[in-house]
Write a protein that binds this ligand. Structure first.
Ligand SMILES: [Zn+2]
Length: 307
């Protein structure tokens, strides 16, 4: 049987001051670690700023995000920074498989609206804020998939169980409605066993792959909340977080044997053929920089060992 496909959740710490050079280095770094599906490494580090640039109704004042009015995409999706970065990668490395991540409406709205909402929306719980963000994200999602990339909708906050959780998950379907579902995944961080979040995610129609963490201390119990039956009956594949991204020292990094054993445990629950790819538990911007190469090396070795 072919080895499992490998990828990352996306973010890596910035490699260089110069953006194109930094993206080049992020790509090289991932290739050196023999990853199959590569990301831009989120080298534009300030997510709120690049969304504020692209969206009406969103600003940054004294380093604080402010919602200033109704959210809408200002220009066409082609000028959006992540689409620009994808175009750059595509032109330079046309043969690589690329996955581009964009922040989902709940996480983006909570991040931008939690400090100051000046007008239009009543407050942070005004659901129109999230609907408008979804409408603005849809053309961006299409532009990414149209350029041949996989699309990952990042919704780290969804596991926290907000009001309107079912509707919040449904917004993801609206963003990618009409796109080829096998190209689209959603990544949710943390413990996904609460608030019925798993059942809502399984019902997504236009998202094929659900990506979760299983290796970190808080995330280990996630294994209890996935099953072959649930994934197959809902036409879902699993993105399997198989190595922790929060070690404090080299001695804390999961070993290849631990990675292989984690993958065995996951495959035992969901079926090996239902694993879309193996990846580290989460993005690695906050991970101790010197440990990132060791994490990727051990993940690669663990995937090879799993066979
Ligand atoms: Zn995550």
């Amino acid at each position: 049987m072919a080895l499992l496909t490998t990828t990352t959740i996306g973010s890596l710490s910035r490699f260089d001051q110069d953006l194109p050079r930094s993206i080049d280095e992020a790509i090289d770094f991932q290739r050196q670690h023999r990853l199959d599906i590569l990301s831009d490494g989120e080298q534009r580090t300030d997510m709120v700023s690049y969304f504020a640039e692209a969206f009406e109704g969103l600003g940054v004042e004294s380093d604080t995000p402010v919602v200033t009015g109704k959210i809408a995409l200002k220009n066409g999706p082609e000028s959006f920074s992540k689409v620009q970065d994808l175009k750059y990668i595509r032109s330079k490395y046309p043969d690589l498989k690329i996955k581009t991540a964009i922040t989902g409406p709940t996480t983006l709205g909570m991040t931008c609206g939690s400090r100051k909402i000046r007008s239009y929306y009543k407050n942070i719980m005004d659901f129109r804020l999230y609907e408008d963000i979804s409408v603005a994200l849809a053309p961006i999602a299409k532009a990414i998939v149209d350029r041949g990339a996989y699309l990952q909708l990042d919704e780290p906050f969804l596991s926290q169980g907000y009001r309107d959780l079912d509707k919040r998950v449904e917004l993801l379907d609206r963003i990618v409605d009409g796109l080829p579902r096998e190209r689209v995944s959603t990544h949710v961080c943390g413990f996904i066993g609460g608030h019925g979040v798993m059942n809502h995610l399984l019902r997504l129609k236009s998202v094929s792959t659900l990506s979760f963490a299983f290796a970190g201390r808080i995330e280990k119990p996630n294994i209890e909340h996935i099953s072959r039956d649930a994934f197959e009956s809902n036409g879902k594949k699993l993105g399997a977080g198989c190595i922790s991204v929060t070690p404090l020292a080299e001695s804390d990094v999961n070993t290849p044997e631990q990675v292989a054993s984690k993958l065995k445990e996951i495959a035992g629950r969901v079926g090996r053929e239902n694993i879309a790819y193996a990846h580290p538990d989460c993005g690695m911007r906050a991970t101790n920089k010197s440990l990132v190469p060791i994490i990727l090396r051990n993940m690669r070795a663990g995937v090879d060992l799993f066979g």
